[in-house]
Design a protein around this ligand. Structure first.
Ligand SMILES: [Zn+2]
Length: 446
């Protein structure tokens, strides 16, 4: 069935994960690199000004340490919302069809961003544009919709949101470098709910589904994120994760979609009428997807620089593990249907090569076959477990595999052999490069 073969699809723009199902389609996109608490010493900073009385316009000011030759549209953007790019002294930057040519010796630029009001139209949560909701008082600022770049380096973003009553909310966040997942933030004044653990807060914006179990689900994922923050992170860790629920466009097909970036998770759901299992499916997909995204945010903050095959396969491995713990027994069958049983099997490094070349569908391999790879590795490791297992202990101890070339089957096999009495090598070679799979036991899906 087409829906089965396409049940997970990655949008390379923001590493989106899609489940196209009978009742649901799921997009869960990779978050990474939250900037809170990360000190950045850089002369590269954005100041974004938004006034609630003129909500459809943001003014951006970019200050640079040295004068650039040109400003380019940030990753995966089309520049459609950006206008009036000028040097701060009033000299206009000329658009040459691809980028803006900077006036000589200019180190400070301004531009306007047109923000789309989404209260009545909804928005695709898997690929949001720069937008706002007055009903729920938040603004979405994805990198692709609002930013110009002078270089690939990271920097800072300071956003000032002036509310109607005169109060101003100031938010300081990191701006990711070009080799990190894109900037993605929710700037809001009124979270619908807030959940706190001793180390981490979850703020929920917008209009979450009104299921009686949503409160428990939010608490479950926050607790899980806090555990991962302790066990999987050997470096910086986020203190806040924002999650915004946006309206579904009226003509959208039933399904669940989400995406995430450096600071936030954006999601939406539309149920298929008449499906008696709709609520159970929603519970499984929302909970598992949230765990997946939080994993990215937490490990991203710690500074991991994993290739996509590792990043996505680990995120789903841990999301599945978390879901198995917090889902009720009657929901487990949907976890199996959506995340485990329908495995897409391609040697992981082959899939990585195709993914790097632009074939986002290869992420299906990472989410399924890749997740099973880590389940097998977890089962043979000998390192002492921490609260999240032996693999988590190894990730933390190795500083996120920082000295390992994860695109080398031999290098990863050698490393994991050291922590598995030599059992890992055949598994690594089978899953990564399809070598000698016949002698292993890797062909079962569980
Ligand atoms: Zn992901």
């Amino acid at each position: 069935m087409k829906q089965q073969s396409n049940f997970l699809r990655c949008n390379i723009v923001s590493s989106a994960l899609v489940l196209g199902l009978m009742m649901l389609s799921v997009t869960a996109c990779t978050a990474i690199k939250p900037g809170r608490l990360i000190p950045i010493s850089s002369g590269h900073s954005y100041l974004i000004m938004i006034d609630e009385t003129a909500p459809s316009n943001a003014q951006v000011r970019l200050s640079l340490a040295s004068a650039p030759v040109r400003l380019s549209i940030a990753r995966n953007g089309d520049g459609a919302a950006i206008s009036r790019v000028t040097c701060a002294d009033g000299r206009a930057a000329a658009f040459d069809g691809l980028s803006w040519v900077a006036p000589p010796d200019c180190r400070e630029f301004t531009w306007n961003v047109a923000l789309e009001g989404i209260d009545h139209t909804g928005i695709d949560a898997s690929l949001p544009v720069a937008s706002y909701s007055l009903n729920h008082r938040y603004w979405l600022l994805p990198e692709r919709g609002a930013f110009l770049r002078a270089a690939n380096s990271g920097g800072m973003v300071k956003t000032t949101l002036r509310l109607k009553g005169g109060r101003t909310i100031v938010t300081n966040l990191m701006f990711p470098s070009a080799d990190q997942p894109p900037y993605y933030a929710v700037i809001g004044s009124e979270p619908q709910q807030e959940y706190s653990s001793s180390e981490l807060r979850l703020r929920v914006f917008g209009k979450p589904p009104q299921y009686p179990w949503m409160n428990a689900l939010h608490n479950d994922v926050l607790a899980r994120w806090a555990i991962w923050r302790r066990d999987l992170s050997s470096g910086k860790a986020p203190s806040v994760i924002d999650w915004v629920w946006v309206e579904v466009p009226p003509d959208a097909a039933p399904g669940y979609s989400a995406s995430a970036g450096s600071e936030a998770i954006i999601s939406q759901i539309k149920l298929r009428p008449g499906d008696p299992d709709a609520e159970a499916k929603a519970r499984v997909v929302i909970g598992t997807s949230a765990a997946h995204e939080g994993f990215h945010t937490i490990t991203g903050a710690a500074g991991q620089a994993w290739p996509a095959w590792v990043n996505e396969s680990l995120a789903n491995h841990y999301a599945i593990t978390a879901a198995q713990a917090f889902l009720e027994p009657e929901d487990q069958k949907w976890l199996d249907v959506f995340y485990i049983a329908r495995e897409v099997r391609t040697p992981l490094l082959n899939a990585q090569s195709r993914y790097t070349a632009g074939d986002g569908d290869q992420a299906q391999v990472f989410y399924t076959y890749g997740a099973r790879f880590w389940r097998k590795i977890e089962s043979i490791l000998t390192i002492d477990s921490n609260g999240s297992g032996r693999l988590a202990a190894l990730i933390a101890a190795s500083n996120n595999f920082s000295d390992i070339d994860l695109n080398s089957a031999n290098e990863l096999a050698s490393f994991l052999d050291l922590h598995s009495d030599g059992k890992a090598g055949p598994i690594v070679r089978c899953f990564l490069i399809d070598e000698n799979c016949a002698v292993g036991t890797e062909r079962s899906t569980h």
